[in-house]
Design a protein around this ligand. Structure first.
Ligand SMILES: Cc1cc2nc3c(=O)[nH]c(=O)nc-3n(C[C@H](O)[C@H](O)[C@H](O)COP(=O)(O)OP(=O)(O)OC[C@H]3O[C@@H](n4cnc5c(N)ncnc54)[C@H](O)[C@@H]3O)c2cc1C
Length: 450
């Protein structure tokens, strides 16, 4: 990258990455809690993938029982702080709030959850849960993202000895390394890691299973194994010029930003982000907040087919990100570094097998845009090489196939959950999978003990 964006002052960076949903004060939390109608059929609880008893935790805030409120939340979700700050609440719990039908603002469930959980961590994580006596069995968990942590926490409380094997130096998965810093910081994720460790879970970092230690060896060491390895690298564009200096993958770029050493992150003056999912939005907004003059998102389909949520789209537009729909990159131009991107205009054809209208190139519509950085954000690949090396594991379209009732894979002592089984959803889905898989493992190990 020849043309780096101008450096900002430390205050400007902090301002640009300030929380988009600030915390409630005590009085405003209680006032908001008292707006809740405590619906008998709680549609919010049904809409939450972890089924937190939302009216119950809100009632406890209203009555001043903040630790009881935190306990209700944590009983369902071990990534409660991250979810409070980063869940797409508009399409989940808050989207289901009955106030939406009454043309009143929905209860701010995310911010209330944060209020209760912030208080829990600020109070020094008082003991709310007591692990059962150790039952002599051990489980190995691969990956310390929300799926692995939830599985480990739950198993530890059930009396198992649990060891998490994590490739990274700092645990927490994408909660630590992916989510935009204006939603959550690394410190939030690490509080959740500490909570899980407080139940006696051991986390061995810098252990890449399949390399540092073989899967077979790990599997022999434990009575059961949970795989929560998430997804892999950003997918390649497969166009000429991809090797040029200044072409980066979204996951690597976002990881750099998560270190919060803002002035050391390399960002161009004119940035093109390829793809229009939630990761593309994050890469684009983060580039803009790091000081890039112009950031554009290039997407080969139209606004309707874009997978990013509406509120993420609005956020990016408010940050000044420019959207070029029906535009596909053909070639990245430059000598050793990126100087421009050649694109072609597209039109939409018939829907494909997934129901998405197929983009078709318009001949002769090529044009070049000057850019000095290209961020690849067209999806993440699966870790198929590692997964395929495990005996009995079935992998379809890059997803580990599990029994939906107990999360067991084709190898009876191996269970899996999170992004590696769903192809990439949200933290809340991974947290639910991990917890349910723990109960699947418990059922399996109790049966084999008979
Ligand atoms: C850029 C980005 C932004 C996102 N923003 C949001 C958001 O705002 N809100 C939201 O709800 N969701 C968001 N998500 C999605 C969410 O982060 C994921 O759905 C969730 O983290 C998946 O959890 P997981 O435990 O399955 O995997 P991960 O969080 O990916 O964790 C997997 C862990 O396994 C480790 N690992 C992998 N292979 C091995 C191995 N062989 N040996 C040992 N360890 C290994 C990895 O190092 C990693 O720590 C975002 C995702 C991305 C990519």
């Amino acid at each position: 990258m020849n043309n780096l964006a101008a450096k900002l002052s430390p205050e400007q960076y902090e301002n640009n990455f300030a929380e988009i949903h600030p915390p409630f004060s005590h009085n405003s939390a209680v006032a908001e809690a008292n707006r809740c109608l405590y619906c008998y059929d709680s549609p919010c609880t049904k809409a939450c993938p972890t089924h937190i008893d939302i009216p119950a935790f809100i009632k406890k805030i209203a009555s001043g029982n903040l630790l009881g409120s935190a306990k209700t939340i944590l009983e369902s979700n071990w990534s409660a702080l991250t979810c409070a700050k980063a869940c797409p609440v508009q399409v989940l719990c808050e989207g289901a709030c009955v106030y939406n039908d009454k043309e009143e603002p929905a209860i701010q469930i995310g911010r209330l959850q944060r209020f209760a959980i912030d208080n829990y961590f600020k109070s020094g994580m008082p003991k709310l849960f007591s692990p059962k006596e150790k039952n002599g069995k051990s489980v190995g968990v691969i990956g310390s993202g929300p799926a692995g942590l939830a599985c480990a926490a739950e198993l530890s409380l059930l009396g198992y000895k649990v060891t998490i094997y994590e490739a990274n130096k700092i645990p927490g998965g994408l909660n630590t390394w992916g989510i935009a810093p204006y939603k959550t910081r690394q410190a939030d994720s690490l509080k959740e890691v500490e909570l899980v460790k407080s139940f006696g879970v051991e986390i061995k970092t810098e252990i890449l299973v399949g390399k540092t230690i073989s899967f077979e060896k790990l599997s022999k060491t434990h009575d059961a194994v949970f795989i929560g390895i998430g997804l892999g690298e950003s997918t390649n564009l497969k166009i000429p010029g991809e090797e040029l200096n200044g072409v980066v993958n979204a996951i690597d770029f976002i990881e750099e930003v998560k270190k919060e050493k803002w002035d050391s992150v390399k960002v161009g003056k004119r940035v093109a982000v390829i793809g229009a999912g939630n990761t593309s939005i994050d890469a684009a907004t983060e580039s803009k907040r790091l000081g890039a003059d112009e950031v554009m998102i290039l997407y080969r389909r139209s606004r309707e087919e874009m997978s990013a949520y509406d509120f993420e789209f609005e956020l990016a537009k408010n940050d000044g990100v420019i959207f070029h729909f029906l535009t596909a990159p053909k070639r990245i131009i430059g000598n050793s570094s990126v100087e421009g991107i050649e694109c072609t205009k597209m039109k939409l054809g018939e829907p494909d097998e997934k129901g998405k209208r197929k983009p078709i190139e318009i001949p002769g519509s090529e044009f070049v845009m000057p850019v000095d950085m290209v961020i690849k954000a067209i999806g993440q690949s699966a870790k198929t090489k590692f997964l395929n090396s495990i005996t009995g594991l079935q992998v379809e379209n890059g997803r580990v196939v599990v029994n939906p009732d107990n999360y067991q894979t084709g190898n009876e002592k191996v269970f899996a959950g999170g992004d590696c089984i769903n192809g990439g959803k949200e933290v809340v889905n991974a947290a639910y999978d991990g917890k349910m898989a723990a109960h699947g493992i418990d059922g399996y190990l109790n049966k084999t003990a008979l």
